[in-house]
Design a protein around this ligand. Structure first.
Ligand code: ADP
Ligand code: ADP
Ligand code: ZN
Length: 213
């Protein structure tokens, strides 16, 4: 099974993907994480991308596709895509590579997103936290590995505006493209409740598929 998870910045894609990955046999692939990883290496490509994402703009699709192909070619397993595809061209590229079964669309109103992203904290191990909704046990440090947490440079009120505009204009054609596969998820509920809705969907989806085949 291959799944895509859509949602505006701060809607909870990464948080849910982490939970889904643990419960189901899916590999979480986040293009945002791949980009941030390249930036942390301070490579030439990383430096170029740093400028682009600081503005909230999209990284060119050729670069994204190249990073993705590298990741996908390592092993053939089920994937959970987060932050990809973001354009029609990327969606078509993905269809050539594999079959998408289901598209989850996490919906959260604009008003809630600012608080979600400006109070979001990350660890370099990939874990993420929230000052109010997902507090680390020790303030400022990761529960899993104990390292110091940091905030993303693009997680500001100003960048959010641009990122949201880009997200909304790009979701429109993708919504049409995936019409038959897309299921809405209410992302304004508590983290555990959002996950239980997703869990219900995915476990029944797998059962149904097994019955048919
Ligand atoms: P995305 O990957 O869509 O940008 P994240 O999963 O990183 O979003 O979530 C953004 C922030 O909001 C994080 O700090 C996360 O801990 C928090 N968060 C995620 N889901 C919820 C939720 N359902 N309710 C409250 N806070 C949430
Ligand atoms: P969020 O979790 O806040 O939704 P991401 O971590 O997915 O954001 O992405 C952060 C930034 O990385 C985006 O604003 C964009 O600049 C870039 N990016 C991520 N995925 C893609 C993609 N598939 N195509 C182009 N740019 C991307
Ligand atoms: Zn950590």
């Amino acid at each position: 099974m291959n799944i895509i998870i859509f949602g505006p910045p701060g809607s909870g894609k990464g948080t849910q993907a982490e939970l889904i990955e643990k419960e189901f046999n899916l590999r979480h692939i986040s293009t945002g994480d791949l980009i941030r990883n390249e930036i942390s290496k301070e490579s030439k490509l990383g430096k170029e991308m740093k400028e682009i994402i600081a503005k909230g703009e999209l990284v060119p699709s050729e670069i994204i596709s190249r990073m993705l192909v590298e990741k996908l070619s390592t092993e053939k397993i089920n994937n959970l895509f987060d932050g990809f595809p973001r354009t029609l061209m990327q969606a078509k590229f993905l269809d050539v590579v594999l079959n998408i079964d289901l598209v989850l669309n996490i919906e959260v109103s604009k008003e809630l997103l600012e608080e979600r992203i400006t109070k979001r904290w990350y660890c370099s191990c990939g874990a993420s936290y929230h000052e109010i909704y997902k507090k680390p046990k020790k303030k400022g440090f990761c529960d899993i590995c104990g390292k110091k947490l940091f905030q993303r440079e693009d997680d500001t009120k100003e960048t959010l505006k641009n990122r949201l505009e880009i997200y909304e204009s790009q979701l429109k054609p993708l919504r049409d493209y995936y019409k038959m596969k897309m299921i809405k998820i209410n992302g304004e509920q508590e983290i555990e409740k959002v996950f239980s809705d997703i869990k219900f969907l995915l476990s029944n989806f797998e059962k149904l598929k097994n019955q048919i085949n």
